[in-house]
Design a protein around this ligand. Structure first.
Ligand code: NAI
Length: 332
C-alpha cells in the first residue's frame, strides 16, 4: 500500500499536482491536506476512475496527523507564492513558519516518509525541514529533497529551441540552488553547445535563472508558476514512487551534503569547496532508488567550463547565506 500526502493541496500547485498523483498507477492512497478549500478539491478528484482511494483533511480534529499517518511520500507545495517585484527570499517570513509546522507533523506522524519540499525559498525551507527532523531524531538525508526540477524542465525547454533538439529528449543538469543566481544550469556538456555564441549562452542562463519572473509578471499578481511546477514536482514524485518499486533513475534535487554514508557526498563537498564555500546543501543530480537518494552524482561538477565555474562561485556565496538563514530559524 503506497500512500502519498500533499500538504497545500488546494493551492495553485497543489490542485494540478493532486490531479497528476491521482492518476499515478503506483499510488494506492492519496491524502490531501490544506488549511482551506480542500474538501471541495478532494470531492472533485475522488470521482476520477483510477484505483487509488482519496481522503482530504482540514486542520480541525487532528487533520494534519490523520493526513500524514503512514505516508510513504509527502509533497509540500504549501505557503504563499510571489507577486511581481518579489524575490523568493521575500517569502521567508511567512513560509518558514508554515514549513516548520508541517515538518513537526511529518517528524511526529510520518517519520519514515520521503519528503519533497516545493515551498519557497527552497534554499532555506529545506534546511528548516532538516533541522526539525534532526531535532526529533528522524532525519535521513536519503529521504529529504528540495524540488528544483522546474529549473531542469525550463532548461530543457529553452535550450531545445536554440539547438533544434527535442525538449523531451534532453536532461540538463542544474546545480546550486533554487533562486536567481544560485541556479546554475550546466549546458556545456550538451551536444551542439559549441554552436551557441557567448551572448546566446548568457541569455539562456539568465532566462533559466529568472524564468519564474516571466510567469509571475504574466500572471500579474495572481501568483507564480503552478501548472509547470505541478508537472515538475510530479516528475520527481514519479521517480521516487518508481524507486520505491525498485526502479533506479537520476534527477537533480536540493540535498544534504554532510553525511559521508551517502555515496558522493564527500567528493561533492570537496568540489563545492573549490567554488568558494562549505555548504550543507546543494542542488545536483542524485541517483534515486528504493532508499531514496542513493548517490550524489558529483561528476557533473568535474566537467564544468570556465563560464560555469564563474556562475558557481556566485551561486555558492549566496547559497551559504540562504542555508544559514533557514538553519538559524530553528536553531536560533
Ligand atoms: P497558492 O497560494 O496558490 O497555494 C498555497 C496553498 O498552501 C494554499 O492553498 C494555502 O491554503 C496552503 N497553505 C497555507 N498554509 C498552509 C499550511 N500551514 N498547511 C497546509 N497548507 C497551507 O501558492 P502556489 O502557487 O501553489 O505556491 C505554493 C508554494 O510553492 C509557494 O511558496 C511558491 O513560491 C512555491 N513554488 C515553488 C517552486 C519550485 O520550483 N520549488 C515553483 C513555484 C512555486
Amino acid at each position: 500500500m503506497t500512500k502519498v500526502t500533499i500538504c497545500g493541496a488546494a493551492g495553485g500547485i497543489g490542485q494540478p499536482l493532486s490531479l497528476l498523483v491521482k492518476l499515478h498507477p503506483l499510488v494506492d492512497q492519496l491524502s490531501l491536506f490544506d488549511v482551506v478549500n480542500v474538501p471541495g478539491v478532494g470531492a472533485d478528484l475522488s470521482h476520477i476512475d483510477t484505483d487509488s482511494s482519496l481522503e482530504s483533511f482540514l486542520p480541525a480534529d487532528d487533520g494534519l496527523a490523520k493526513a500524514l499517518k503512514d505516508s510513504d511520500l509527502v509533497i509540500i507545495p504549501a505557503g504563499v507564492p510571489r507577486k511581481p517585484g518579489m524575490s523568493r527570499d521575500d517569502l521567508f517570513n511567512i513560509n518558514a513558519g508554515i514549513v516548520r509546522d508541517l515538518a513537526v507533523g511529518v517528524a511526529t506522524h510520518a517519520p519514515k516518509a520521503f519528503v519533497l519540499v516545493i515551498s519557497n525559498p527552497v534554499n532555506s525551507t529545506v534546511p528548516i525541514f532538516k533541522e526539525v527532523l534532526a531535532k526529533h531524531g528522524v532525519f535521513d538525508p536519503r529521504r529529504l529533497l528540495g524540488v528544483t526540477t522546474l529549473d531542469c524542465v525550463r532548461s530543457n525547454t529553452f535550450v531545445a529551441g536554440l539547438l533544434g533538439a527535442k525538449a523531451s529528449k534532453l536532461d540538463v543538469a542544474v546545480v546550486g540552488g533554487h533562486s536567481g543566481e544560485t541556479i546554475v544550469p550546466l549546458f556545456s556538456s550538451l551536444p551542439g553547445y559549441s554552436k551557441l555564441s557567448d551572448a546566446e549562452v548568457d541569455a539562456l542562463v539568465h532566462r533559466v535563472q529568472y524564468g519564474g519572473d516571466e510567469v509571475v509578471q504574466a500572471k500579474n499578481g495572481a501568483g507564480s508558476a503552478t501548472l509547470s511546477m505541478a508537472y515538475a514536482g510530479y516528475k520527481l514524485a514519479d521517480q521516487i514512487l518508481k524507486g520505491l518499486n525498485g526502479e533506479k533513475s537520476t534527477s537533480s534535487a536540493f540535498v544534504y551534503l554532510k553525511d559521508d554514508s551517502l555515496s558522493g557526498a564527500k567528493e561533492t563537498r570537496a568540489l563545492v569547496g573549490k567554488f568558494g564555500g562549505e555548504l550543507d546543501f546543494f542542488a545536483i543530480p542524485v541517483g534515486l532508488g528504493p532508499k531514496g537518494v542513493e548517490s550524489i552524482e558529483y561528476g557533473v561538477l568535474e566537467k564544468v567550463n570556465a563560464k560555469e565555474e564563474e556562475l558557481l562561485k556566485v551561486a555558492v556565496g549566496q547559497l551559504g547565506v540562504n542555508i544559514a538563514k533557514g538553519t538559524a530559524f530553528i536553531k536560533g
